[in-house]
Design a protein around this ligand. Structure first.
Ligand SMILES: [Zn+2]
Length: 351
């Protein structure tokens, strides 16, 4: 299959509107994921994860006989500056839970290309961030092309939504990726991003639990991209976003579902992914405290005006010194509700 050559046609319903539109977006196929991963692994800041082999393969999907779905390689890779001695923020990013949500993968690629690229801000970010990427968590579903699950999932009695079963076992992709993420990160991460698409709105938005509404990343993203909306949802325990925050998952402090509309071109989503990367930079990289103040014995002056990138208004945040130090421990109902409880998937929405 020719990479990036296939397009997917879909019709968008404008919620509250009087009509819709049909558009084509270049498909992000399993082969595109394989090719992009192979390309990235030639980059000096991208390596296979500890869970994977030298090609970044962390496992294999089940595949299926009827309809015929080949078993797919499952990929993971790590982006960081191995020479950096800073304490690093641990970040996990995934995409491809849902079959036709190509714009989510394009946005993830945009953020990945920024993180691994030549941008001097990315170089600084790599010194402070350890990023684990699992770019296509449901390749059998993506191969099918439409829907939200795959035959293996349905056959196991787990419904038809790959993003409602992250707290379950017995599905090849879920078993492989949850094990890989825990092994690669030690089971404790700071940030978790799950990239999706939305077919029902013409806007891009972030879904998050209400207590994260004033989290730093959201503030920074909204500062440089105010058109990106914010949607609050407690979700369900089987969603990747919620699972990641649970004690049975990755103990993530911050988890976001990044929703992209499907009415743009790949270049639009690649650019949006870069914007997410800049927001992450603005979140994690404080402006160094004025060295002269320390020389003068004024270390308690923590006026740390943020070094901001992008179209960002003047900010007067007072922040802590390092990314890790402003991490806070959430007493989230999500954690207590999902920590040791297995729930059947029930809710269906766009996340
Ligand atoms: Zn989705």
């Amino acid at each position: 299959m020719t990479v990036h050559a296939r397009t997917v046609l879909f019709c968008m319903i404008i919620v509250g509107g009087v009509g819709g539109a049909c558009v084509a977006l270049t498909a992000y196929t399993p082969q595109a994921v394989a090719d992009h991963t192979h390309f990235l692994l030639t980059n000096p800041y991208t390596t296979p994860t500890a869970s994977g082999d030298q090609n970044g393969v962390i496992g294999h999907s089940r595949g299926w006989s009827s309809p015929l779905i080949p078993s797919h390689d499952l990929y993971g890779y790590r982006i960081t500056d191995p020479e950096s001695s800073y304490e690093k923020t641990t970040i996990v990013m995934i995409s491809g839970n849902h079959n036709g949500e190509h714009s989510g993968n394009w946005a993830l690629q945009g953020m990945v290309d920024f993180l691994a690229g030549d941008d001097p801000y990315a170089a600084q970010l790599r010194q402070h961030a350890d990023v684990f990427v699992y770019p296509l968590v449901n390749p059998d579903g993506r191969f099918l092309g439409s829907g939200r699950g795959n035959p293996e999932l349905t056959s196991a009695g787990l419904g038809n939504d790959h993003n409602r079963v992250w707290n379950r076992t017995g599905v090849s992709t879920i078993d492989a990726f949850t094990a890989a993420m825990k092994y690669d990160t030690g089971g404790i991460v700071d940030y978790f991003f799950d990239f999706h698409s939305t077919f029902f709105q013409a806007s891009n938005f972030v879904t998050l639990t209400p207590e994260l509404g004033d989290s730093r990343f959201v503030q920074e993203l909204r500062a440089i991209a105010p058109e990106v909306g914010v949607v609050y949802s407690d979700g369900t325990c089987g969603m990747a976003r919620i699972w990641s925050m649970s004690t049975n998952g990755l103990n993530a402090d911050y988890a976001y579902t990044m929703e992209q509309h499907m009415i743009g071109e790949p270049a639009d989503y690649l650019a949006l992914g870069r914007t997410y990367g800049i927001a992450l930079y603005n979140t994690l990289i404080p402006e160094p405290a004025t060295f002269l103040l320390f020389l003068l014995g004024l270390p308690l002056i923590f006026y740390q005006r943020h070094k901001s990138v992008g179209l960002r208004p003047q900010s007067n945040h007072c922040e802590e010194n390092t990314a890790r130090s402003f991490r806070f421990t959430l007493q989230s109902p999500v954690r207590s509700a999902c920590g040791g409880v297995v729930q059947l998937p029930s809710e269906i929405n766009s996340s």
